[in-house]
Design a protein around this ligand. Structure first.
Ligand code: ZN
Length: 302
């Protein structure tokens, strides 16, 4: 058996897997909003549940929403209080076994590249479109870690001038400290910003998608701009890593017909004579991140 914890801004998803990475048990715990010490206590409680449910001390991995420096293990997070801390080392010391911690988007990519929608492809880009925009790169089923743990942080590429001009897009300050990052318009809240900019109306991404599906011309236009931005981002990803397959996850991956529309929008953006990557949505849906966190230990055993 293997365990995994997926840490989110409000909850910790705990899952126990068998050796084939099929789910045996699952439980949710609230994420501590206060201090780092409270976060460690919450994680310790979740590990306790895993051990108790398994009837033994299980090997486990943790997915964290943030960047983790592969050289120092120090993380930088936005929604959980772990910035400046070495979560893997601290949790391992507390629990008494080695517990690897990885960025949640990287866990998603790892999961989808191994037994998921990206299985069988050599280079897979796992792209999360949700509250934020991020991803991970795998080659031959293994994560590309890079110098700083950055590979896949594509939400912080800058929007191209051509795209900004074409749609008269707003340049919005990003949480990373820069302005005009893809994430500011391509995330769920970003789609709302496009609508606000175009119509003056405050409307969230779920309502935009629903209204576009029911024929609302204005919301169809908003969604069309959003797809154009998504196609441009993937064009840039392809110019950088030329993936065989791009797997899309996160809340916005549930848009009806996403893969078909993306493929249509993407085709004219490519350089002449270039082949499209395979596009797919996540095989394991919302559970892909926690499955990937289990693979941090399950993979090491193979
Ligand atoms: Zn940014």
């Amino acid at each position: 058996m293997f365990g995994a914890l997926d840490v989110g801004g409000t909850k910790i998803e705990a899952r126990l897997f068998d050796n084939k990475l099929d789910v045996l048990e699952r439980q949710r715990f609230p994420t501590a909003k206060g201090s780092y010490e409270e976060l460690l206590q919450a994680l310790e409680g979740a590990v306790g549940w895993l051990d108790q449910t398994a009837g033994t001390k299980v090997d486990l991995g943790v997915g964290l929403p943030g960047l983790i420096d592969p050289a120092t293990g120090i993380s930088m997070t936005s929604n959980v209080p772990a910035t400046g801390h070495t979560l893997s080392a601290d949790l391992s010391a507390r629990i008494g076994r080695a517990i690897p911690v990885a960025n949640d988007c990287k866990c998603f990519a790892l999961s989808e590249a191994n037994g998921g929608a990206g299985a069988g492809y050599r280079t897979v880009f796992g792209l999360i479109l949700g509250t934020g925009v991020g991803g991970g790169v795998t080659v031959d089923g293994k994560l590309v870690v890079g110098h700083n743990g950055l590979p896949g942080e594509v939400g912080h590429f800058g929007l191209p001038a051509e795209l900004v001009q074409r749609h008269n897009l707003p340049l919005v300050a990003c949480g990373c400290g820069r302005t005009g990052c893809y994430e500011t318009l391509l995330s769920g809240p970003g789609m709302g910003r496009i609508a606000k900019h175009l119509t003056g109306e405050t409307v969230d991404s779920a309502a935009i998608v629903a209204r576009a599906a029911s024929g609302d011309a204005t919301m169809r236009q908003v969604l069309g701009i959003w797809f154009d931005i998504l196609g441009e981002l993937i064009h840039t990803i392809q110019l950088t890593i030329d993936a065989d397959c791009v797997v899309i996850g996160g809340g916005l991956s549930n848009i009806d017909g996403l893969v078909t529309e993306l493929s249509r929008v993407f085709a004219p953006k490519m350089l002449p004579g270039v082949r499209q990557p395979a596009f797919a949505t996540a095989r394991f849906g919302d559970a892909s991140g926690v499955r990937g966190a289990a693979m941090l230990v399950a993979g090491a055993r193979k």
